[in-house]
Every structure is written in C-alpha cells, then in structure tokens.
Design a protein around this ligand. Sequence first.
Ligand SMILES: [Zn+2]
Length: 316
Amino acid sequence: MTVSRFEAHTAKVVYLYLLRGTKRTLLIDSGLSGTPDDVLLPGLAAERLEPQQLTDCVITHADCDHCGGDAALRLTCPQLHLHAPVGDCALIEQPERLMRQRYEAYEARHGVGYDLETKTWIAQTAGQATPVDSVLKAGDILDLGGVTLEVMALPGHTAGHLGLHHVEEGTLYVGDALLGHGEYALDGTLHAPPSYVTVSGYLDTIERVRALRPERLMFAHREVVEGSSVLPFLDECTRWVHEVEAAVRPSVQRPGGATLRELMEEHATRFGTFNAPIDLMYALAAHLDALVAQGLARVAPDVQAPGRPERFQWVQ
Ligand SMILES: [Zn+2]
C-alpha cells in the first residue's frame, strides 16, 4: 500500500493523506476551498495519478479546513465518491449551517464568538454547499484492495468525528480527534488550544484509542506519533482535559458563579499562550455543560449583562 501526504497551509499545516489500494484510491479530507486546486492536483500529478483515479474521499469531521474543498474536489473528480460521518453530515454538506451551528454556536447562549474578519475567512474557506454520496458510521469497512479501513467513531472535537483504522498496519488516521496540549502554527508558536464540544465524548475517544493500541497515529495538523510515544501522547490529551476541569470548577463555585466570557478572560493564558485564545470557548463551554449534566451546576441568565449570557452557578 502506498500512502502519500499532501500539505496545505493556513496559519497551521493541513495534511491530507492519500491511500492507494489495488482497487481504489482514497483521500482523507478535502482541505480548504482552495486546497484541491492549489495542493491536490499538483500532488496527484507528482504521484503520476490522474484526477479520475481518485475514487473516494472520506471527510473526518465538520470543519472548514477538512471539508471546505468538497465542492472543488467534485469539479475536479466528478466520479469521486464522497463519504462523511453520519453525525456531522448535515454541517459538512451545508456551509451556512456549519457557520451557524459550529462557529457561531456560542454567540446566543454565551455572547462569545469570532470577529468579522475570522468569520469572513471561515466563509471563504468553507466552500460551497456540496451533497455527499454516503454516510459512514462506526464499524463500517472500506476495502481499497489489500487495504482495509475500519471506521471508528472518535467524537469530542465534533459530535460526529470519525477516524479510519488501517487494520493491516495498525495506523489510525485521527484527523483532529486527539489534540494533545494544542496545535502549533507554522512558525512554531502555540496556535490553538485543544477544542472539544463534549468532555465525555473526548475522554471516551482517548480511551477507545488507548484500548485499540495502534502502532501509529496520523493527524491533520501535526507529525506522526508512533510506537512508544502513543501512550504518553494519549496521557497528554487526558491531562489537558483534567487541567481545564480543575480550573473551571473553582470559578463556578465562587459566589455568583461565572459566565463563559468570564472564564475565558480568567483562564486566557493558564493552559498556554495561544495565538487564537478565542478557541478556548469550545473546551470551556463543554466543561460548563458537563457540570450541568452532572447536576453540579445550574444555568441562570446573567442579569448584569445586556445580552444576558448564561451564568453558571454551583448547586449547593
Ligand atoms: Zn483541523
């Protein structure tokens, strides 16, 4: 089996993997809206592959740097079969919904979100609405001919995030499902904190991968982790979650509780100095929701603030 890796750049690197079996050739993720033309076509040419030889593309999850290239890929490879995880499919197919339900998800409840410049960039890179051909769920098998890929549910970063386990080689393609202590920018600075929308989903994913004991992990935004480095990396993922949890609890326990915005200001640099501290909104909101789900906190409207974001108070 041949594995190739294509490399697109935003503030951080974006890796796309091309897996070639004897029957089919599969791309993992389509990148940003410009990636198929800018990176994929030259990459295929360098591999001496025609665009029509690309038979499949699996989108790991709903994010503009992973599914934004779908429309351009369709134009380039009209016969290509596009797969998406069942849980993220609607957001992958509809960029407007992706914007509303993922990138603007904290605006109404918490009064927290991206600035206009960032949203404009997201809208441009998320591409055009594109229907997929099939949805994938955990346990599905993709047979490329000599290459068996098993679909794994790896939720947390998004609700429906999937991974592909190349069974013969013990390689797990995880996309953004495992994020260590954050993502690095091209210049080596710490770019964004780990982002997950559910704490329980993210922790389950870490444990599911631990139980699988893969030989190596392949990521969208970092170099391979393999062999004896796999378990320490998974420990690092878990440790970050526990550090955030340990920080959020005392903030909510204070008299009056806390809003998401207050948490973001209080803990802006506690877990690292990030280029995009706004991305802390995902994990911090997930921890607040987890406290409510566990019956440890409750939500009250913030009567102090004009937009009335939710205020989280400890349940005595
Ligand atoms: Zn990503």
